[in-house]
Design a protein around this ligand. Structure first.
Ligand code: HEC
Length: 166
């Protein structure tokens, strides 16, 4: 009896593997990407890239165990949800007010230490941010939000500005 249950369990797990979640992968360099649109220091961009982009961009660097179901579904669910709330790959397409609101949200999650998700820290060792790193992101986010509020053109990445006629 126990053997039968065990084999049925194995069979179910095997069948689950046939249903892989859709992957969030794109190599496109979007014009509306955060750092293409706004002026972002390299240090911030690389930090966000390492600890946030897996769930908040159009391109996730997947761990190997995404291939194992149902773990992969769980992971993909978090990615889809995170991306639907905040997507750095398309940040430049947000209206001014929305961009300010999202930047304020970033400041808040850094202060409360609720991002990245705890489960993410289990497999990405770089994701356990130090207080200094959280302060760095927090300060940057609030400064950029203030800059967008007072003069949104000055906040733009110089490369993304339209060329002025002479
Ligand atoms: C493992 C996936 C994952 C990682 C990594 C991650 N997040 Fe999130 N993030 C989420 C999910 C899921 C939500 C939605 C939370 C909810 O409402 O349940 C979220 C929500 C947010 C929100 C709230 C957005 C809103 O409009 O409500 C902010 C801000 C945020 N994340 C910032 C960050 C920052 C900054 C980083 C990197 C330091 C980061 N996140 C890393 C998954 C992630």
């Amino acid at each position: 009896m126990a053997k039968k249950i065990f084999y049925s369990f194995l069979a179910i797990i095997a069948v689950l593997q046939l249903f892989q979640p859709d992957r969030n992968i794109s190599t496109e360099n979007f014009k509306v990407e955060l750092a293409n649109h706004y002026s972002v220091p390299d240090s911030i961009e690389s930090l966000l890239n390492t600890v946030c982009y897996d769930c908040h961009s159009n391109n996730t660097d997947y761990p190997w165990f995404v291939n194992i179901q149902p773990i992969g579904w769980y992971l993909q669910g978090k990615i889809n949800k995170g991306k639907s709330k905040l997507n750095f790959s398309e940040f430049g397409s947000l209206f001014k007010e929305k961009a300010i609101e999202k930047l304020e949200n970033i400041e808040e999650v850094m202060k409360k230490n609720t991002m990245p998700l705890t489960s993410y820290k289990w497999y990405n060792k770089n994701a356990d941010l130090t207080i200094e790193q959280r302060e760095m992101i927090s300060k940057w986010a609030i400064n950029l939000s203030k800059q967008i509020a007072s003069d949104s053109t000055a906040a733009l990445n110089a490369d993304s500005l339209p060329v002025k006629p002479l």
